[in-house]
Design a protein around this ligand. Structure first.
Ligand SMILES: Nc1ncc(C[C@H](C[SeH])C(=O)O)cc1Cl
Ligand SMILES: [Zn+2]
Ligand SMILES: [Zn+2]
Ligand SMILES: [Zn+2]
Ligand SMILES: [Zn+2]
Ligand SMILES: [Zn+2]
Length: 305
């Protein structure tokens, strides 16, 4: 059965999405924006006080990379906290009154399922590529942002295969289309990965500083400090290229170049002791501390609309 302190299967998450949406009709709505390569639904939860007018929004996705199980766990936790604390927590209440948060609990659904059933260390999508028996593309190399110029491979058998073309993956194209369609209202993009305990922002595809570098850094440092305040977990904030590695085709760089100024990639716990195999006992502390960072960013965005 579904548990916020377990790594749920996709079918448990899918059932949870339906029950959460139906239990909170004024705060949560579900929309299927497309399908994966293997035909599973790409699901978005829209969280926010329902309003007839269009509100500014934040887009947050989890589960780009199949093996990074703590990321989907966090997206589920965020939705739980939102519905649980709306009306009591001042910050969350004013956030959801003034903004909408689009939460995509699992981006790479096919990969997530495969990592539960076949290969725990799987990273990519599960698409079939013509001319090879190798499977899948790295969705975080598949966006049209310096595509395949650095830190990515044109070898379909590589774990960082950039795809035959930008947005070759149906998952990438579907999300890129949604964000393009809604770019006038989407004010922030947050994508959740693991591991390394980093808060990254553009650029990864170049060492050049982003136009809004100083503000992005200041906000990241504030968010990281908020995170650290709970259990002392230490994070490093910085532009992707210099802070983790230079790499092109990432969703955060693409969203930023589309004009979404507040664009961040979280690399959650840990720093390598367990790595992708973070024990379920660490789901609660990881998610509680990450809530503080995400709320910090969201509040900053709301105060700077
Ligand atoms: N733009 C980016 N932002 C963050 C990262 C790091 C993640 C960490 Se799993 C990745 O390698 O895809 C990679 C890129 Cl290309
Ligand atoms: Zn279960
Ligand atoms: Zn990742
Ligand atoms: Zn990672
Ligand atoms: Zn909590
Ligand atoms: Zn601020």
């Amino acid at each position: 059965a579904h548990s916020y302190t377990k790594y749920n299967t996709w079918s448990e998450i899918e059932a949870w999405i339906d029950s959460t949406a139906s239990a909170n009709p004024t705060l949560v709505s579900k929309q299927v924006i497309g399908n994966t390569f293997e035909g599973r639904p790409l699901i978005l939860l829209k969280i926010g006080k329902s309003s007839t007018s269009t509100k500014p929004a934040i887009f947050m996705d989890c589960g780009f990379h199949a093996r990074e199980w703590i990321a989907p766990a966090f997206c589920q936790w965020f939705v739980k906290e939102a519905v649980e604390t709306y009306g009591s927590d001042t910050e969350m209440t004013s956030l959801l009154n003034d903004m909408d948060v689009y939460v995509m609990p699992v981006f790479n659904v096919d990969g997530y399922v495969f990592s539960h059933t076949n290969n725990r260390m799987w990273r990519k999508t599960r698409s079939k590529i013509s001319g090879t028996s190798c499977i899948g593309t790295d969705p975080n190399r598949n966006f049209d942002a310096g595509w395949c110029t650095i830190g990515a491979s044109s070898d379909p058998c590589s774990d960082t295969f950039c795809g035959k073309t930008p947005e070759s993956e149906i998952e990438t194209k579907t999300v890129a289309d949604f964000i393009r369609r809604n770019k006038s209202t989407i004010k922030a993009y947050i994508t959740v990965h693991s591991y390394s305990q980093l808060l990254l922002f553009p650029y990864s595809y170049t060492f050049n500083l982003a136009a809004h570098h100083s503000e992005l850094l200041t906000v990241a440092q504030g968010a990281s400090a908020a995170l650290t305040s709970l259990y002392g977990t230490r994070y490093t904030s910085g532009p992707g290229a210099a802070t983790i590695y230079p790499a092109a085709g990432g969703s955060d760089d693409w969203a930023y170049d589309l004009g979404i100024k507040y664009s961040y990639t979280f690399e959650l716990r840990d720093t390598g002791f367990y790595g992708f195999l973070l024990p379920e006992s660490q789901i609660k502390p990881t998610c509680e501390e990450t809530m503080l960072a995400v709320k910090y960013i969201a509040t900053h965005v709301k105060n700077n609309l």
